[in-house]
Design a protein around this ligand. Structure first.
Ligand SMILES: [Cu+2]
Length: 226
């Protein structure tokens, strides 16, 4: 797109206007089906312009997956929690997913798809035992919900089945991601600025790194150690 002479000529316009014009010009230049596909790709590319792409190398941990990576508090910025709920299922005596990262204020649903009851609780949030909470019995087929309004990680357990464990990582901004098994993660649509990136993992120490985001994709490498 940057090599397009027309795009360069209009580079002094605002980014969104320029992208709209480039998209429109490309669209009319091509046959309709090609243009539709191309336009969709272009729009997708623009929407991801501020992504942070990263890779976590896990040093001495059992896995590079399921590591939460998020942008910490941004002074002077407040965010509204999403209305959409995040869901955990309980099936075959397991929580799925094992780890969820959510913005503070998000409601989490705990559904029981098993034929037996579970007794869901967390002994603390962020190590604060005063934030202990129990959903008490979640019967087969039942769903119980909780809005997480405190920052930190809740280790979710079941009184009846000691092997059941899940983690809810509550963070202050909507800019977060969870690593795949290869350690890669994406944090979408981060506005330009300088931020503190933090990690949480089950068996590693928290990691902090400063990043500067431009309007393009930023690549980050992090090492999480035991
Ligand atoms: Cu259980």
């Amino acid at each position: 797109m940057k090599k397009n002479g027309l795009a360069v000529k209009i580079a002094d316009r605002s980014r969104s206007t320029r992208d709209e014009i480039v998209c429109w010009m490309k669209t009319i230049r091509r046959a309709v089906p090609v243009a539709v596909v191309f336009g969709a790709l272009l729009v997708a590319g623009v929407a991801h312009a501020g992504d942070v792409n990263g890779k976590v190398s896990a040093v001495g941990l059992k896995s590079a997956g399921n590591i939460a990576v998020y942008i910490d508090v941004i002074p002077g910025k407040k965010f509204t929690a999403p209305v959409e709920h995040v869901s955990f299922d309980q099936r075959n005596l397991k929580f799925t997913p094992r780890t969820a990262i959510i913005m503070k204020g998000t409601t989490v649903d705990f559904l029981n798809s098993d034929q037996v009851a579970h007794n869901v609780y967390w002994p603390s949030i962020g190590g604060d035992k005063k934030l202990r909470h129990s959903l008490t019995v979640v019967s087969p087929g039942q769903k119980k919900s909780f809005q997480f309004n405190d920052l930190g990680t809740a280790q979710v357990l079941c009184n009846f089945h000691p092997e059941m464990v899940a983690y809810v990582v509550v963070v202050p901004t909507p800019y977060f991601g969870l690593t795949s098994t290869d350690g890669t993660f994406t944090i979408k649509n981060v506005p330009p600025g300088t931020y503190t990136l933090k990690t949480w993992s089950e068996d590693g120490k928290p990691t902090t790194q400063t990043i500067t985001q431009t309007d393009a994709t930023t690549n980050v490498e992090l090492a999480v150690k035991k």
